[in-house]
Ligand binder design. Sequence first.
Ligand code: NDP
Length: 281
Amino acid sequence: MAAAANDMFSRKACVVITGASRGLGKSVAKIFASKFPSTSLFILLSRNVSNLDVVKSEILENNPNLTIAVKKFDQGNLDQTIYDTLFDSVFKEYNVTADDFEQSVIVHNAGTLGDNTKYASDLSDVQTVQANFDMNVSGMILLNSQFLKKFSNSSKGRSVVHISSLVAIQPVPSFSLYCTGKAARDMFFRVMAVENPSIRVLNYAPGPCETDMQRACREDTLDRTTRDMFQAMHTEGNTLDCDTSINKLVELLQQDQYDSGAHIDFFDDIGGHIAKAKLDS
Ligand code: NDP
């Protein structure tokens, strides 16, 4: 399908991607980098800077003029100073300001399973439960606020993409922490979307993609039926390549027809969402 006239990929952007070191985040970084103007600035975040450097080099091979900042960032470390200074330090290093960009984009991709080796009734370890919500919910909210504070000009395009999951709306045995975190993130962004009509917000569920997390789902999951389901998906070739899913995300963003705050799955019929948005308008 053709891109919308205001295709976000045609405008110079500051693009922030969390968990860009591997898996889906790496795919977002590489594919988005090939789409946005080369005058854009990409800020790649994760705990593993060497992996981020590899992603950066791979991108620069095809897009040598793009500016790419890599920054060590642990979303589970809720230190106020880290959040308060993160974007300032990158902007200072690259000598840019928010005004240098026509739009800003953040992709909240970083995520963990929490603990898929236990049922809900056995989650008695304070540290495990707290670490899950620090990383998957609180840290993400705090980073998001810093991003919007930095890009506060509501007349410029601002897009927030949350890499969600089917589990945000479907309970899965052994995945109570993961499901709860994704549901909380979805709702957070639904609220943000109604509070801020000028921000485009998308909760995108990427489908089952071949990553470290997907391997942990089929190897570590306590619940037998759930584990078998993940194993079968893998052996029967029903998992997705990350790039396939992220190309669908690109298509959704290009068409720009989703209701802000919507939860859209890889397997959803994009045409259906467009039709619904038109009916609602
Ligand atoms: P991976 O486990 O392969 O990668 C997770 C990413 O998150 C890594 O880049 C990792 O970087 C980063 N990360 C983990 N912990 C932290 C932390 N404390 N601080 C900062 N970054 C962190 O996962 P996927 O690529 O599979 O998943 C990416 C997103 O997609 C997740 O939100 C996941 O829930 C979602 N998703 C995945 C599906 C799948 O089938 N794979 C299906 C549905 C949703 P590093 O280790 O360098 O810090």
